[in-house]
Design a protein around this ligand. Structure first.
Ligand code: BG6
Ligand code: MG
Length: 217
């Protein structure tokens, strides 16, 4: 029986994925690499530092730790410029109705995100009060695909893994949820997240009944 839902942030609650992509493209082009949308799929759900390592690897470039720190700061500063105007209008379709519906039906809710900007973004979206717990990239040692972020969220909700459903848009996040022993609803408008238990395009028309029907264990 699902008693709690843990939401990824980027790409599930809001479409910040596109701004991450734009900022990474700028960094990649600075090292002479043309980062495509297809390359970008590898970055989704992955921490900032690991994303840079993946790009440098794709580019065949090598940087010292100090040079990497500069690039990471540049990436985040460009990203923060792009999301400065984020508002409730940027919440993805169906999210608020779904949160209200499942919370009034007694489910607990949490955010489990790799982002160090999660608290800032949730505040901009005015979504913070919809969650019983928030675990972000500042609060874990290992980021997705490691299960730590979701295990910590379940702990804060006081629920065992088998009672938690994770909602994710990235392969790294699906892998993290699976290795935490949780079921996964994938959000994917382009095709299937192959390891998710079920996929939908967005949270429009999703409700408690859908969860109980498809994820009861
Ligand atoms: C994840 C995104 O949620 O957070 C990744 O899917 C991003 O693309 C990661 O790199 C880290 O985010 P931030 O905001 O700490 O740079
Ligand atoms: Mg995501």
């Amino acid at each position: 029986m699902i008693r709690g839902v843990i939401f990824d942030l980027d790409g599930v609650l809001t479409d910040t994925a596109v701004y991450h992509y734009q900022s990474w493209r700028k960094i990649a082009s600075g090292v002479g690499f043309d980062l495509t949308e297809s390359h970008n799929e590898q970055l989704k759900g992955v921490s900032r530092a690991e994303s840079l390592d993946i790009i440098l690897n794709l580019a065949g470039a090598s940087k010292t730790d100090d040079e990497k720190s500069v690039l990471l700061a540049e990436k985040n500063s460009h990203y923060l410029e792009l999301i400065a105007g984020l508002s409730t209008a940027d919440i993805l379709p169906g999210v608020v109705d779904f949160l209200e519906n499942i919370r009034s039906g007694g489910l607990k809710t949490a955010v489990g995100s790799s982002s160090k900007n999660a608290a800032f973004i949730l505040d901009k979206l005015q979504l913070t009060s919809y969650f019983d717990a928030i675990v972000d990239g500042n609060m874990v040692k290992q980021t997705k695909p490691d299960p730590e972020v979701f295990l910590n969220a379940a702990k804060l909700l006081n629920l065992p893994s088998e009672n938690c459903l994770v909602i994710e848009d990235a392969d790294a996040g699906v892998a993290a949820a699976k290795s935490a022993g949780m079921q996964v609803l994938g959000i994917n408008s382009h095709g299937l997240l192959k390891d998710a238990d079920r996929c939908v395009q967005n949270l429009l028309n999703m409700d408690l009944q859908f969860i109980h029907t498809h994820f009861s264990s």
